[in-house]
Design a protein around this ligand. Structure first.
Ligand code: PLP
Length: 407
């Protein structure tokens, strides 16, 4: 008898976006004449930078010519892209990361979800709350948790983000082996300082743990003192894996390109306590299960590092950050405590009321759709997430409507 992986049955259905869609549809039906502005989505709205499009086109043409056609590429990504990533994103900032430590992929979502399979199932994972759900759900699927009870999975150590700690969780009281961190954070927009991040690196070193550092939003950091990479912290090369993406940086959500850094010196242990290279394991996983990203997409990603590409991607992130600043300014002026929006595209608003109640109020009174914080975990209750990924005119209009509705 063929049996299913019953760990999947422990998963909580993600009612969040379905529930939002249902409420928006009901509102639309009842008020056909009212305009709705969506500030809930985490997807980009601006087109790809011209430099990326030009490189993409050139690469497609190469595929049409027998002299330049390419079939399967290297599973880890083409050297031309790995080298540019290592040079521009790390070495230029004084960080020691080499091209062979970079694994190109089709998304930080997949990498964040897949990476846990190179670790044992009986380890303890520490996962933030509120959280980007991929970290939690993939550990549930792998059987690393017990059942879901009172809003929590048994066996997980939750790293609680709260009003009091500014959504930078305290170090765990109980010893953990695998730690998920995401800065700038989705959903809270919180950022971490070098000294705060150093505490986590020191913890991992002292406890033979590994940190999975999701830096998908690093290009939104404006404060030069904040770390863009965990490898800016001394000792991180031995205990951290970092995830980056071209999705939000350069508008690649639709064409897909990201990368994961696994330093050669990053190690974990066998049951007998022998050290083993995580680089070797991830390389093995990649070569067995993955055939990398299409050649034209890797050429488009490479163009991000050209002079034009750099200025065009900067323009893109600046565009969204102008939205973020406006949202934060207006919500603060209305008396709401806000986190994020200064070095991140998300603004986490303390509604001091039930998340869904706040959602309904914004929709009914202003015609604006947000994301209720409760959908990201127990600690998100009472908050909403507003996203800066929209056209500026829409954001201006949304804020005018919110002001009129909530004043
Ligand atoms: N990591 C975080 C924290 C995200 O918010 C997202 C997307 O919203 C991703 C990763 C996914 O990135 P990608 O588009 O590269 O899969």
């Amino acid at each position: 008898m063929i049996k299913i992986n019953e760990n999947y049955l422990k998963l909580q259905s993600s009612y969040l976006f379905a529930n939002i869609a249902r409420r928006v549809a009901a509102f639309q039906q009842a008020h056909a004449d009212r305009e709705i502005i969506k500030l809930g989505i985490g997807d980009v709205t601006r087109p790809l930078p011209a430099a990326c499009i030009a490189a993409f086109h050139r690469a497609v043409d190469e595929m049409a010519d027998i002299a330049t056609f390419r079939g399967y590429g290297p599973e880890q990504g083409y050297d031309f892209l790995r080298e540019k990533i290592a040079r521009h994103d790390f070495q230029a900032r004084g960080i020691e990361i080499s091209a062979e430590e970079v694994f190109v992929s089709d998304g930080a979502k997949c990498d964040n979800g897949n990476i846990q399979e190179i670790f044992a199932t009986d380890i303890t994972a520490a996962i933030p709350d509120p959280v980007y759900p991929v970290y939690l759900d993939t550990n549930v699927m792998a059987g690393r948790t017990g059942i879901f009870r009172d809003g929590r999975y048994e066996g997980v150590v939750y790293l609680e983000g709260t009003r009091e700690n500014g959504f930078i969780p305290d170090l765990p009281q109980k010893k953990v082996d695998l730690i998920y961190l995401c800065y700038p954070n989705n959903p809270t927009g919180a950022t971490i300082t070098k000294s705060e991040l150093k505490k986590w690196v020191d913890y991992a070193r002292d406890n033979q743990a590994v940190i999975l550092y999701d830096a998908a939003y690093e290009s939104f950091i404006r404060d030069e003192t904040l770390p863009k990479s965990i490898y800016e912290i001394e000792g991180a090369r031995e205990v951290a894996i970092e995830f980056r993406s071209f999705s939000k940086t350069a508008g690649f959500t639709g064409i897909r390109c990201a990368y994961t850094v696994v330093p050669r010196s990053c190690e974990a242990y066998t049951v007998r306590g022998e050290k083993h290279s995580l680089h070797a394991l991830w390389n093995r996983r990649h070569t067995t299960k993955f055939n990398s990203v299409s050649y034209p997409v890797q050429r488009a990603a490479e163009a991000v590092f050209s002079d034009d590409g750099k200025s065009q991607t900067k323009e893109l992130t600046q565009y969204y950050m102008k939205n973020a600043a406006l949202i934060r300014r207006e919500m603060s002026a209305l008396g709401f405590d806000c986190i994020g929006g200064e070095n991140s595209p998300y603004i986490w608003v303390d509604g001091k009321t039930d998340s869904w109640e706040f959602f309904d109020r914004l929709l009914d009174k202003a015609g604006v759709v947000c994301t209720p914080g409760a959908g990201f975990g127990k600690c998100g209750m009472g908050y909403i997430r507003l996203s800066a990924f929209n056209n500026h005119e829409n954001v201006q209009k949304a804020m005018t409507k919110i002001k009129a509705a909530l004043k």
